[in-house]
Design a protein around this ligand. Sequence first.
Ligand SMILES: Cc1ncc(COP(=O)(O)O)c(C=O)c1O
Length: 454
Amino acid sequence: MTTNSFDSLHARDAAYVWHPFTAMSAYIEEHAPVIVAGDGFHLIDADGNRYLDGHSSLWCNIHGHRVPQIDAAIRDQLDKVAHSTLLGLANEPSIELAEALVQRAPRGLTKVFYTDCGAAGVEAALKIAWQYHRQKPGGPEQRDQFVCLGSAYHGDTVGTISLGGIDRFHSLFGGLMFPALRVPTPAAPGLSLDDCLSQTEAILTANADHIAGLVIEPLVQAAAGILVHPAGYLRRIRELTTRHGILLIADEIAVGFGRLGTLFACEQEAVSPDILILSKGLTGGYLPLAATLVTDEIYNAFLGDPWQGRTFYHGHTYTGNPLACAAALASLRLIEQNDVLGNARRIADVLEHALKPRDSNPWASSVRDHAIVRHKGTMVGIELSQDTASRTPFPAERRIGHRVTLACRARGVILRNIGDVIVLMPAPAMPVELVRHLGDVVFDAIDDAMPRPA
Ligand SMILES: Cc1ncc(COP(=O)(O)O)c(C=O)c1O
């Protein structure tokens, strides 16, 4: 019989598993931990080492691991039924979850369409927007374009990479993608909010009749390296899209469920999008599930006699999976019972303080010379470059960002880099002492990885 020692697991991992977003040749050499258990905010590997989960298991964990209430909700549901389709049938947890989401979502979002991951939720939103314009009351319009922001990231399916603006991930697939209209990100260096908005307005006005929707990550563009939008930007985008009959499609896959201190990011600018996409933290980080919420106006455009062809012919086998919906309901209850949003705001304060380079800290000079810190709520991006003024990147072959995450791992913290940006994303329920520890470890690790004067 095969034993599950680290050596055996590592060898079989190398033999059989192709890891996503992972340079496999280097990965196999690194003997990365094989996670066998979770305990609160820690992960435990096959050798029994404990690691603080500093990026919420890729930005989805909310309450920690092995949370008794979520475990129990899944087990209870397992005693009833693990899966049954939503195609022409209903199941209990998906109804309860849809109701709970609508009660908490920004005003006007009244119907929930389920999918299984973030990218699938965005794909559903794109097709809904496209079909809506062809069936809407007041006459069809053949709007066939989508607008996205510079450096956008909305997933890895062909539709979502078409909206993507991150060269490393997207440029290779040029011929495969549909063309999208791009407006500048308001986080572009040197671009003022006014200039950004006037360029955006010009593009929207010139193309208004053709644009079905504008897709945006509200307040923070996560995969772009935690790019933080200036206050007021989202509100102005809502005004511009409303003026031109363009659907505002808010991708809250990364920023939702407390990451920014409110349940949904749009709340912070009192914005109601026409379509809202949720995933990642929706189930507390337990099971794959996404929800695409729409307004009555959109939903009603799909009603009519079956033979009229207005139906949304779209869906996946595991859509509305009862186990995932039960986990999501338990997670929502915990967010409220444990004041997770209040804790997320405390985390934001701790990070704000921890991330300021201080002269008294031994690590301060390496951080000052090489790191630009971007931060909002529980989301942090530390961009490392040879020189912060010119933002000259380190040579790619040095893999500085990756080396920092290895140095973190050696100190018992799991983080992930995007190129040379180190992303910290503690779970919104993480106790603040652990967040302080996370900040200390990451700066020590940066100090370790930085070039030393000769
Ligand atoms: C803003 C945003 N949208 C979409 C996605 C894609 O989600 P998934 O990886 O679940 O497909 C991500 C994933 O990181 C994301 O951050």
